[in-house]
Write a protein that binds this ligand. Sequence first.
Ligand code: PHE
Length: 364
Amino acid sequence: MSDIEAMQARLVGEISAAADPDALEALRVAALGKAGTITALLKTLGGMTPEERQAQGPQIHGLREAVTAAIAARKDRLDAAVLEAKLASERLDMTLPADAAPQGSIHPVSQVMDELAEIFADMGFAVATGPEIEDDWRNFTALNIPETHPARAMHDTFYFPDQDEEGRAMLLRTHTSPVQIRTMMAQEPPIRIIAPGRVYRSDSDATHTPMFHQIEGLVIDRGIHMGHLKWTLETFLKAYFERDDIVLRLRPSYFPFTEPSAEVDVGYKQEKGRRIVGGHGDTEGHAWMELLGSGMVNARVIANCGLDPNEWQGFAFGVGVDRLAMLKYGMDDLRAFFDGDLRWLAHYGFNALSVPTLSGGISA
Ligand code: PHE
């Protein structure tokens, strides 16, 4: 074996044994750097006779190429190992329990809205939304509440000082019913939606806050009648309160946008200062409590949305979400819902990871 062959074997051996990028770099500098051994050999070519150069040139260049290739190959191996170590050290174990250190909680209003969306989704309802800043045509006029109607004053409306481009008065919606109008104007029947959201009225005491939450329900189809309304409400309330003994009483009432209209009461009994929903309101120890407004969608509202009331009928209802939360989870002051008191939230809030499902028990 020539000197050069021996040198190549030694260098390639050292290179493939280099433990890390720094050791490899040191070998590269020692062989191919300015003062490196191979660099020195290449320099000797200049002082050789043409015959010597012809004999040794290819050997020395071959040495340089072999060592360069060995360094590149080793560098690839070491870089891959470094990357692998980095990936291993940055690994996230997705199977670790994420609730080991719970932070924050789900507000009861959000929880109840999630529960309602789950319950109604099971009955084939989609979730619809509308803006909180609404115009008076959708909030009132289209819902058969004309300008002179006392209901406009009844709603204690917050108006904005300016009108929109079409000259309509702008306001904070006083109920979720304008989403009925938006939905009927945007999609063809059959329609089955719920519309949860914030509503605003200038009103404040233990059971009224200027901002509160409602959920609207709307069904538009052919041949819809009050029986469908009653079944839907009963099914929803049984699922929501997680008990079968929900008894409803439909009382004749009046809303401009429904005809006929019915106020819906639910039977309850008083227990340890709390109202427990369930049972017939006229039996011993029980009473009725007003829960929600509902009715058959007024033919004029259907026509206002460009639909033919002779072909399409439907029912609608509106419920206070905050009130539903208070009844189910036992809070007694509505104002505390919106105070942002962390102690209240820690007590009444829900784990962010337990999503309500019908199969899992709606509030479990
Ligand atoms: N919008 C009514 C309210 O806020 C409730 C309601 C909705 C009544 C739909 C009937 C039908 O009081």
